[in-house]
Design a protein around this ligand. Structure first.
Ligand code: FNR
Length: 183
């Protein structure tokens, strides 16, 4: 059966460059991997009172992660950190205490920005949370995409050769990382 990756995109907007990055990476993945995009825009704001009776959308999120073999975070940087919508989803999936849905799922963090230092600081913050929720996260290569117009087509193809080769290198390392943790 296919190796299933639960993919979190940290931007909700229609024309998100991070959505484009996620699709471009999806296209570079081997045929025995499948991407399952996780919906995070319909979740309530996390409230510890939920722990007594978890909301339906929160349960659905947890089940989607638990059904995956691995996770992938593709996120913008908001004010030098992780977008609130994404952090909210992580908080929800990590609880109720003792039922952390992420436990042991191998993962990686990548991102694109219109700025030259890209999403480096957000990714560093996200890695801290992922360590706490027990996601072994690929260290290298770091993927800090400085987005330029025309980099990604709507169908997920990548314009510049160097970007495509770099992302293929990431995919190869990620696939190896996931395989190692499944073995
Ligand atoms: C940004 N942006 C941004 N960029 C960056 O490199 N570092 C940052 O800290 C921020 N902060 C930030 C905050 C907020 C609220 C917004 C809306 C934007 C710019 C960001 O890189 C740009 O809007 C990207 O296009 C966002 O990613 P998506 O939505 O295109 O995937």
């Amino acid at each position: 059966s296919k190796t299933k990756v639960a993919v979190f995109v940290g931007s909700l907007r229609k024309d998100s460059i991070n959505k484009k990055l996620a699709r471009a990476v999806e296209k570079l993945m081997p045929a025995d991997f499948e991407f399952d995009y996780v919906r995070i825009d319909n979740l309530p704001l996390y409230n510890q009172d939920f722990d007594a009776d978890y909301p339906a959308e929160a349960k659905r999120l947890k089940q989607q992660i638990e059904a995956a073999d691995a996770v992938l975070f593709v996120t913008p940087e908001y004010n030098r950190s992780v977008p609130g919508v994404l952090k909210n989803a992580i908080d929800i999936a990590s609880r109720p205490w003792g039922t952390n849905s992420f436990a042991g799922k191998p993962g990686a963090v990548i991102g694109a920005s219109i700025g030259p230092i890209s999403t480096a600081i957000a990714q560093q913050h996200l890695r801290g949370s992922l360590a706490f929720v027990d996601v072994p996260t690929l260290a290298q290569p770091e993927v800090f995409i400085h987005f330029k117009e025309g980099m990604f087509d709507d169908d997920g193809s990548i314009g510049p050769d160097d970007t495509r080769k770099f992302l293929q290198g990431f995919v190869d390392k990620y696939v190896g990382w996931v395989a190692k943790h499944r073995a």
